[in-house]
Structure formats: structure tokens, C-alpha cells
Design a binder for this molecule. Structure first.
Ligand code: OOG
Ligand code: NI
Length: 454
């Protein structure tokens, strides 16, 4: 039997190869990121050592996230079963309607430390919310078109069923699963609708046309992880790519937090509409783009609340004549930027490891406050990496890759229960996962100190 981690690693590699064929700029982007990362690691041996301890270095070269947009509840539920074969579970609920985008989303990703270390492949997965479309006739038409499509191959459905029944796949079956699953994410040049239908859906919202008019949920980007997003952003023009003006997320800091992201605009790709005759009608569609990300530390709910507040300050309260980047810097001056403060004020999650060769000083027990164990050098604290996404940033990415979007104004309404009903499962709470991981690290170092003292 081939384990889920191995199937995910094979799938991520196959997806990367497919996307490189489909979108050559993706290849250029991964080269750029590899060059920047190599330079950062050469210039910062301390960072390199730390990435080695946490396992981040080993996974860096293959680390990618992608995104897809689904049309129906049934598609989402089956996608959950497909990702389960690869050890990926839905984590987090993201409501994008507040930003004028008619979707809600989750991220499928591995959850435990070992699996993340093996291959952290994640897919930001959105479900179209036709309930937010006011035009009843148009909504019915979109529903009818979506109901008629089949985005999964019969072969992959059979293999998912087999995996569920038997708890695994053999080597050849795993390869077949990867091949068949990949079909769902492939780009299809042929639209399933006429040019007129496409235009009607497009006019209601560009995103609706992207989800409804094609045979499947083409992967719309695949994002490598960079260790210096500012450098990578600055070099994008050298590779013929125009990055969006603003990096999403927090500003550059001594202690990186959460996630910073930037993207280049979507390509205009030729498509073929259903025609009156055999010929079809030529058109073009923009949906697929490139993105890079830099990951920082996971924040506790308290840290996240501070982040959300300062981001609002930068966006809404900054003086109009000051550029956004400067307003962001100014607002985030209030966010502590040393690891001791971030840990002391419980703003971020940390992992704990025994210092090489350290033992308990006389008079100190293994049950001493973790803070003391760190202060006395018995234990080292290292930030836990944020493995998830940010709704405000995601909205910015959607907006840039859909060509500005503009104006849709939905009565803001998160519908987590509706999303979970479609998913036929609950989404995991990312903070619960980080807190449990931190607790496990603390319990482990205490156990090892007790063992060493015994
Ligand atoms: C997803 C956009 C969100 C991210 O990294 O936040 C995203 C999409 O455009 O479908 O990819
Ligand atoms: Ni993305």
C-alpha cells in the first residue's frame, strides 16, 4: 500500500509539471523563486539553520499551493473525498462575499507535522454562491449548466471508492489515481456554452463565467514559497512579469507573521465557444495567473485580532495622501516585533525543542514554566509556521486575477453552515491545530527532561 503522503507528493509533482506546460510563466516564476531562496540561504546561515530544525528547508523546493473554484455542492463533497486520499483535510472557512466575491472557501491541506514536512501541498478551494446572484433566470441557467457537467473521471471515482473501502491503494493504482485526478484540474480550451451565454454570465460577475462555462475547475495558479517576497517582487519584471502593486498581508518585519502574497495578472487565453454550426466561435478568457508567497509565524486568536485591527487601520483610517505601504508600516508599528515579546504576550504559536546537550540546572524541575526553561537555555523556542490563508489577502488576489472586478455589492453574509452542508463535513479550526501542536511540543520536552533526570 502507498501512503497518503506519497500519493500527495506524486500528485503535487504531476500538477506542477502540468501547470508548467500550460502556463510557461509558472516555470519562470519557480526559477526566480529558487534563485532568490538560494541567495537568502547563502546570506543568512542562522535562518538556514532554523529552517533545517523545523523541517522547512527540506520541503521548500516542492512547497506549492494552488486554487480551484467549484460550481456545486456535489462537486465540493467529492473533491473532499478526492483530497482525503492524499491526506488533505479542509481547514478554515473563508467568506469572500464581504469583499464582493460570490464564493466561500476552505483550504485542503495535510494537518499533522510529519505530513506537512513530507509535502505541504494545499489547495484553496472555493464554492460559487449562486444564492448571491439576484437575477433569478440567470441563476437557474447557471444551475442547469453546472448540473449537466461531470468534473471527475469514472476512473478516479472508482479509485476513491476503493480507497475508502480498503483504506489504501497499491503502487500502480496510486499512479493511476494521480493521472485520473489530474484530469479534473486540466485547462480546457473549449467552453461548454455559446459566446452569448458566456457574456451574460460574465456580465453578472466574471467569476461566474469562469466557474460555469468550462468542463472543469482548471487549476488557476500554483504558488511557490519564497524566503524574501520583496526581492522576488522586485525581480519579477526581469522575467517579463508584471506584479500587482501591493503585496497582500502584513508589512515586511524582523519577525515575519502569517502570510505575504503577490501575483501577476491573469493571462488572456484563447477559447472556443459552442457555435451555431460545427465551427464554434473564437473568444478569450482570463483566469489563470501566477503568485508567490512568503510564510511567517502562526498567530494566536489574540495575535490575529491585533493583526485584523491594524490591517483595518491601515486600510480605512490612513491619510489618503500617504501610500498604502507606508500606512501599513505605520499601523503595524504597534505589533511587537521580537520573538520574546510575541511569545511573552501570547501573540504567536511556538514549537519547543531541547537545546543540544542541555540538562536541567539544579533546583529546576521538568514542570517549570516553559518561559523559565527557555530563559535558562534548556529549551529553544522557534515560531510555528502559518500553514493557512487570509481572507482579505485572498480577496485581493481574486480581484487582481479577475482583472479588477469592481463593484459587486452583496449583502455580506457568511454561511459556514451552508458550506459545511455542501462539503458533507465540518472544516477544521486552524487555531485548534496550532494550539495542539504547541502543547505537544511542550509535553514532549518535559517528558524528555524527566527521562533524562531519571
Ligand atoms: C483563489 C484566490 C485566493 C490565495 O492564495 O489567497 C488565493 C482564487 O483566485 O481562486 O489563492
Ligand atoms: Ni493563492
Amino acid at each position: 500500500m502507498i501512503g497518503a503522503d506519497e500519493i500527495r507528493a506524486r500528485f503535487a509533482r504531476a500538477m506542477s509539471e502540468m501547470y508548467r506546460q500550460e502556463v510557461p510563466q509558472y516555470g519562470a516564476l519557480t526559477e526566480l523563486v529558487a534563485r532568490v531562496n538560494a541567495r537568502v540561504l547563502r546570506d543568512d546561515p542562522a535562518l538556514k539553520a532554523r529552517l533545517e530544525t523545523t523541517g522547512a528547508l527540506a520541503r521548500l523546493d516542492v512547497e506549492r499551493h494552488g486554487a480551484i473554484r467549484l460550481g456545486t455542492a456535489a462537486e465540493l463533497a467529492t473533491m473532499r473525498r478526492l483530497f482525503a486520499v492524499m491526506g488533505m483535510a479542509p481547514v478554515g472557512y473563508y467568506d469572500l462575499s464581504v469583499a464582493g466575491i460570490p464564493v466561500h472557501s476552505t483550504a485542503f491541506r495535510p494537518v499533522d507535522e510529519a505530513a506537512l514536512g513530507r509535502n505541504p501541498f494545499r489547495v484553496f478551494t472555493s464554492l460559487l454562491r449562486l444564492d448571491l446572484i439576484a437575477d433569478v433566470a440567470l441563476r437557474a441557467e447557471a444551475e442547469r449548466i453546472l448540473a449537466a457537467r461531470r468534473i471527475f473521471t469514472p476512473g478516479v471515482l472508482a479509485l476513491i471508492g476503493q480507497w475508502e473501502a480498503e483504506g489504501g491503494l497499491g503502487d500502480a493504482e496510486a499512479d493511476r489515481f494521480v493521472r485520473e485526478a489530474l484530469e479534473t484540474f486540466r485547462w480546457h480550451r473549449e467552453a461548454t456554452v455559446s459566446a452569448a451565454t458566456y457574456r451574460r454570465l460574465h456580465d453578472a460577475h466574471r467569476l461566474i463565467a469562469d466557474v460555469v462555462c468550462f468542463k472543469g475547475p482548471h487549476i488557476n495558479h500554483l504558488t511557490p514559497r519564497t524566503l524574501d517576497i520583496d526581492a522576488a517582487q522586485a525581480e519579477m519584471p526581469l522575467y517579463g512579469m508584471q506584479a500587482k502593486d501591493v503585496i497582500e498581508g502584513p508589512p515586511r518585519r524582523a519577525c515575519p507573521i502569517l502570510l505575504r502574497q503577490t501575483s501577476f495578472a491573469a493571462l488572456e487565453e484563447p477559447i472556443l465557444f459552442l457555435g451555431a454550426g460545427d465551427a464554434g466561435e473564437d473568444g478569450c478568457h482570463t483566469a489563470r495567473f501566477g503568485e508567490i508567497e512568503q510564510r511567517g509565524m502562526a498567530l494566536t486568536p489574540k495575535g490575529r485580532a491585533l493583526y485584523d485591527r491594524l490591517l483595518r487601520v491601515a486600510r480605512d483610517d490612513g491619510p489618503e495622501d500617504v501610500p498604502y505601504g507606508a500606512r501599513l508600516e505605520r499601523a503595524f508599528a504597534q505589533f511587537p516585533d521580537t520573538e520574546d515579546e510575541l511569545r511573552g504576550q501570547e501573540l504567536a504559536y511556538f514549537r519547543y525543542d531541547l537545546t543540544d546537550g542541555a540538562s536541567l540546572p539544579p533546583g529546576l524541575s521538568a514542570e517549570a514554566p516553559i518561559w523559565d526553561l527557555v530563559r535558562l537555555g534548556v529549551v529553544v523556542a522557534t515560531p510555528i509556521t502559518y500553514e493557512d490563508f487570509l481572507p482579505v489577502s485572498a480577496a485581493g488576489i481574486f480581484r487582481s486575477n479577475l482583472g479588477g472586478l469592481g463593484g459587486a455589492d452583496y449583502a455580506a453574509s457568511a454561511d459556514r453552515a451552508g458550506f459545511e452542508a455542501a462539503l458533507e463535513a465540518e472544516v477544521l479550526d486552524e487555531c485548534v491545530l496550532y494550539a495542539a501542536l504547541q502543547e505537544r511540543f511542550i509535553a514532549d520536552v518535559r517528558q524528555r527532561l524527566r527521562d533524562a533526570a531519571a
